[in-house]
Design a protein around this ligand. Structure first.
Ligand code: G1P
Ligand code: ZN
Length: 544
């Protein structure tokens, strides 16, 4: 095996964000850029020599090239075996599943999630640890620290591996096994959900539309929903993964999944609609002319979990990211379940799941999952909803959600994003909030009395690690909240996210349009942060 030691110099800014390192494709294509980042991981990880790694990605532009580079570097760095998805594909939840099932040491997932792809789009890479979840901060910090001093990387001089043929090959002294990207994952889904009840549901004429947005979930949804469960042909739309996602923005929300939204809000809509993102970890759930907020979705699934075979015994607990609405807290309160509030980003749920403290976790950003893997899982959420609907024949998605509100109350909730802001202006705005919000306690803002104002800090209950400055919160006496934070996943300028929430216990007031129900708080939120004056933006670019 011919190992080359290539001299290099550190690149600035290789600090992983909320979910791995994400940059424009052009940045990743600079000579040595990807190699430096990957070498930093090998240098900072302990124990990868001779071990098994998992590798795959969402199929976006540069996925295959990057996969070949990582394989050559893995061989040069003494990795024993790499399980790689056929075509270098693996959805994020499937990568987590494969790492866990095969007891791998960890894995690299190539994805920029819901960010657009193609030569002018984004690329990304994240490292997952042996529990199948995103590397916690102590690992990402160590890898980042290493990027700042790196002066060489190791790579073997070998031809490309044929990633389209299933089976084993050698690359230097390392074994490469090309695996079916769907098989292990589909088997896991079959172990959790009542596939027989789902087949019966589809035989009864139940219609769905699943929009894979030309991203990674196409092959998974096709294999599971249509082939195994018998959903009618054509239930999966945009099912062929494309390197540029067909020019679309593979983010399953009301703005970007517009084709699905038109179908579900049109005449003769199917009973159930869903979409997933670039790498298959997000989900949006729709009923016939009905949108389920991700926060409500988590709460409804938690309240009904025991209807699903894999969760018959009940949940250990639930967890949500801080900006996610408190709908699930109300379920936890009523069912007597522990409920955890973590910073934004799936990596914070891993310890809770490993310690058996939380079974279902969710984020308002269209992320829901359970401890079957250590990532959020778009198709899992879809199957969970379908399983509930199969157990409640005759009830629509809207019926289930309205009944839920009736029982637990409704958390009106919305997120307003201001994208592509000048970074300095956005940082100044946050600094202004950090300086002023704590002083608001006890004040009355347009009829809303402030109970507390702070910058969210989290102490992990399992390992005691601390994460400071995770978002500015203004919490009112009636439980309403405004939260502000800057995105950690964008690649252009800064994105300000403003999260607004109000609880309404009275069922006769559950039919208000969300933006109307939150209008007062939205105005307060804009005023407090002086958004227009500081950013020049009168309105958000995306509302979810
Ligand atoms: C966003 C979401 C966050 C999610 C992450 C990765 O991060 O807000 O909940 O975990 O994408 O999908 P942000 O850009 O807000 O840092
Ligand atoms: Zn994603």
């Amino acid at each position: 095996m011919n190992v080359n030691e290539v001299s290099t110099r550190p690149f600035e800014g290789q600090k992983p964000g909320t979910s791995g390192l994400r940059k424009k494709v052009a940045v990743f294509r600079q000579p040595h850029y990807l190699e430096n980042f990957v070498q930093a991981w090998f240098d900072s990880l302990d124990g990868h020599a001779g071990a098994t790694l998992v590798l795959g990605g969402d199929g976006r532009f540069y996925n295959r090239t990057a996969a070949q580079t990582i394989l050559r570097m893995a061989a040069a760095n003494g990795v024993g075996r790499v399980l790689v998805g056929q075509g270098a594909l693996l959805s994020t939840p499937a990568a987590s599943c494969v790492i866990r099932k095969h007891r791998a040491f960890g894995g690299f997932v190539l994805s920029a999630s819901h960010n657009p792809g193609g030569p002018d789009g984004d690329f990304g890479i994240k490292y997952n640890i042996g529990n199948g979840g995103p590397a916690p901060e102590k690992y990402t910090q160590a890898a980042f620290d290493r990027t700042t001093t790196l002066d060489r990387y190791l790579i073997v001089d070998e031809p490309d591996v044929d990633l389209d043929r299933l089976g084993e090959t050698r690359l230097g002294d390392m074994t490469v096994e090309v695996v079916d990207p769907v098989a292990d994952y589909a088997e896991l889904m079959e172990a959790l959900f009542d596939f027989e009840a789902l087949r019966k549901l589809f035989r009864s004429g139940f219609r769905i539309c699943f929009d894979a947005m030309h991203a990674i979930t196409g092959p998974y949804a096709q294999a599971i929903l249509e082939d195994r469960l018998g959903a009618p042909a054509g239930s999966v739309i945009n099912g062929v993964p494309l390197e540029d996602f067909g020019g679309g923005h593979p983010d399953p929300n009301l703005k970007h999944a517009h084709e699905l939204v038109e179908i579900m809000f049109g005449d003769d809509a199917p009973a159930f609609g869903a979409a997933s993102d670039g790498d298959g970890d997000r989900n949006m759930v729709l009923g016939d002319r009905f949108f389920v907020t991700p926060s409500d979705s988590l709460a409804v699934l938690a309240a009904n979990a025991t209807l699903i075979p894999g969760y018959r015994k009940g949940l250990n607990g639930v967890a949500r990211s801080m900006p996610t609405s408190g709908a699930v807290d109300r379920v936890a309160g009523e069912l007597g379940l522990p409920c955890f509030e973590t910073p934004t980003g799936w990596k914070f749920f891993g310890n809770l799941m490993d310690a058996g403290k939380a079974t279902f976790c969710g984020e308002e950003s269209f992320g829901t999952s359970s401890d079957h893997v250590r990532e959020k899982d778009g198709l899992w959420a879809v199957l969970a909803w379908l399983n509930l609907l199969a157990e409640r024949p005759g009830q629509s998605v809207a019926d289930l959600v309205r009944a839920h509100w009736q029982r637990f109350g409704r958390n009106y909730y919305s997120r307003h994003d201001y994208e592509g802001l000048d970074s300095d202006a956005a940082n100044d705005l946050m600094a202004h909030l950090r300086a002023t919000v704590p002083g608001l306690e006890g004040m009355n803002l347009d009829g809303y009395k402030v109970r507390t104002g702070d910058d969210f800090a989290y102490t992990d209950p399992v390992d005691g690690s601390e994460s400071l400055s995770q978002g500015v919160r203004v919490i009112f006496e009636d439980g309403s909240r405004i939260v502000y934070r800057l995105s950690g996943t964008g690649t252009e300028g800064a994105t300000l996210r403003v999260y607004i929430e109000r609880f309404e216990p009275n069922a006769s007031k559950h039919g208000i349009e969300t933006q109307d129900a939150l209008a007062d708080l939205i105005a307060i939120a804009r005023g407090l942060a002086e958004i227009e004056r500081r950013t020049g933006r009168a309105d958000p670019t995306v509302i979810t």
